[in-house]
Design a protein around this ligand. Structure first.
Ligand code: 13P
Length: 249
């Protein structure tokens, strides 16, 4: 059985006080979620240290939204994987489409980031997904295949630690979700591409769906055989919605 995971990507939202209140509200409702569902939250960097202990006690995973491609040194404004690990961050989102689009992250950057994240024991939540024009041009499989090259070069041992998230760019923050059939089609495609390199290990890789996921559509999407949970943006900023999505399992 693959792990079921519901992760909240807060993006650049919440002051520290708001983030603390959100975590408290999520913890208060966590009992409503089945024990075999792993909850993860990815607050902004500024909140991580202060939230780590409380989340750990509650059995909720703590994730960063990014890490530097370098290990340390003169990189003003960057936060390293080693720093994140040192404050008990367990996961790190990498390759989010917003990072690819606004900060120019490429396979070359992401290769360095994933290596350094794994070196310091962080579990990468590696995002892939096509843009609208790429889907309309029927290039979505090629685009995703190319993005997956960052993973297919990993050792079998490192690959075994990775979580994948499929986030079609046209569905992020747009209110337009992929249909459950579209999600399943891509998730199976991803699993097959990974199995071609890693064999049966790909059966164990959690593949999350992200993009306008909310309580009203999560049940249908998560019911697909290759959808193992969600990476939630907007709806993860309200504890009730985030928990309602996790309760779908
Ligand atoms: P929304 O749920 O706001 O569409 O964002 C999805 C996402 O980008 C999660 O990483």
């Amino acid at each position: 059985m693959r792990k079921k995971i519901v992760a909240g990507n807060w993006k650049m939202n919440t002051t520290f006080a708001e983030g603390e209140a959100l975590v408290k509200a999520i913890i208060a409702k966590k009992g409503e979620v089945k024990n075999d569902v792993t909850l993860v939250v990815a607050p902004p960097f500024t909140h991580l240290t202060c939230l780590a202990e409380e989340l750990e006690k509650a059995g909720i995973g703590l994730s960063a939204q990014n890490c530097a491609e370098h290990e340390s040194g003169a990189y003003t404004g960057e936060v390293s994987a080693k720093m994140l690990a040192s404050v008990d961050v367990k996961y790190c989102i990498l390759g989010h489409s917003e990072r690819r689009e606004y900060y120019g992250e490429t396979n070359a950057t992401l290769t360095k980031k994933i290596d350094v994240a794994l070196k310091y024991g962080l579990i990468p939540i590696f995002c892939v997904g096509e843009k609208l024009d790429e889907r309309e041009a029927n290039r979505h499989f090629d685009v995703i295949n190319a993005q997956l090259e960052v993973l297919t070069r990993l050792s079998a041992e490192d690959f075994g630690k990775v979580i994948v998230a499929y986030e079609p760019v046209w569905a992020i923050g747009t209110g337009k979700t992929a249909t459950s059939a579209q999600a399943q089609e891509i998730h199976t495609f991803i699993r097959k591409a990974l199995a071609a390199k890693f064999g049966a290990a790909a059966e164990q890789t959690p593949i999350l769906y992200g993009g306008s996921c909310k309580p009203s559509n999560a049940a249908e999407i998560f019911a697909q055989p290759d959808v193992d949970g969600g990476l939630i943006g907007g709806a993860s900023l309200a504890a009730d919605d985030f928990i309602a999505i996790a309760k779908v399992f």
